[in-house]
Design a protein around this ligand. Structure first.
Ligand code: RI2
Length: 311
């Protein structure tokens, strides 16, 4: 049944078997698509209420990547506004809408790659952090254009998504070096540009991304190295324009160290941090390249309907 898939996907998002803000958003869309496909609800109202409930389960999986609620609300909003005569038609519409979100998302990452690559020059050393499909698309796209670049990637403790990144780049033949997170400042003088992804972007242009990102931005700022963020427009957080604050996920301490080995010690596992807009040179989106301070414009354009009447 569809709701089983919804719970399964939600658990995989929680455990990070499914991870990366864009992937999470697409998986939520896939879950709702499957839900609509399997649904045996016979009335429009009942189907809508079940679909909303499924959306709620998905949204509650992880708190910091706004791509997740944005993908759910993209689908719900459009399904709720589809005029149909019977429930089967509405289910079909839901499937199409979910497919549309997934297609747009994949295309957005490709466009970000193309636009972002224009800012990478032949001979550049590019630093990245964690494992962002959007950031890596910029790097791969520049490499694909024949630019002779090299990459320095940090580990991204405690989950070591940096390992995924270095393997992915090495598989493309891109020269890549793995460093520990605390080596960032020591090597910053060898870096020409930093490219990272985003889980959420607030209305003031602050970027919420994997823990450690803001330290890298600070080091880049100090060394006058340009700092780019690669993010699809569904990573922009509409409610921050109404004063909401992005919740920073704090995960299980056992991901950092076994609490049994550290009796009397408080272990914290903050998954994300906030990079202020002053440290960001530009944000590369599928709609174009913008300064961080223009985040509010993207929110108004893309999500005016979501916070409609509340501005
Ligand atoms: P893409 C990831 O979060 C990282 O913070 C990464 O920078 C961000 O999502 C964006 O990734 P996590 O799921 O959407 O590893 O660009 O906690 O792939």
């Amino acid at each position: 049944m569809g709701s089983k898939d919804v719970h399964e996907i939600s658990e995989k998002i929680q455990s990070m078997e499914i991870r990366g803000a864009g992937k999470i958003a697409r998986s939520a869309a896939e879950a709702l698509r499957q839900f609509a496909k399997d649904s045996d609800e016979e009335s429009i109202d009942e189907f809508l209420s079940q679909l909303r409930e499924a959306g709620g389960v998905l949204i509650s999986s992880r708190p910091s990547a706004v791509s997740l609620p944005n993908s759910v609300r993209y689908i719900l909003h459009r399904v709720e506004n589809t005029r149909v005569d019977d429930v089967e038609e509405l289910k079909e519409a839901a499937i199409k809408i979910a497919d549309e979100f997934i297609k747009n998302s994949v295309e957005a990452v490709e466009k970000i790659g193309l636009y972002g690559a224009k800012r990478i020059e032949d001979g550049d050393t590019v630093m990245t952090h964690c494992n962002s499909a959007a950031a890596l698309e910029v790097i791969k796209s520049a490499w694909g254009e024949g630019k002779d670049i090299r990459v320095i990637a940090s580990e991204a403790r405690p989950r070591y998504q940096g390992h995924i990144t270095v393997r992915e780049l090495a598989a493309e033949g891109i020269p890549v070096t793995l460093i520990v997170d605390s080596a960032v400042r020591a090597v910053m003088k060898q870096v020409d540009k930093v490219v990272v992804g985003a889980d959420s972007i607030a209305a003031n242009g602050a970027v919420i991304n994997k823990i450690g990102t803001s330290q890298i931005a600070l080091c880049a700022h100090e060394a006058r190295v340009r700092f780019f963020v690669a993010a699809e427009t569904y990573k922009f957080h509409p409610e921050t324009s109404l004063g909401d604050i992005v919740e920073i996920e704090e995960r299980d301490p056992s991901e950092v160290a076994d609490p049994a080995d550290f009796e009397g010690v408080n272990i914290r596992n903050l998954a994300f941090d906030v990079t202020p807009p002053e440290y960001i040179d530009l944000i590369v989106t599928e709609k174009g390249v913008i300064p961080a301070q223009a985040a509010i414009m993207i929110i108004k354009e893309e999500f005016g309907w979501a916070v409609g009447g509340r501005w």
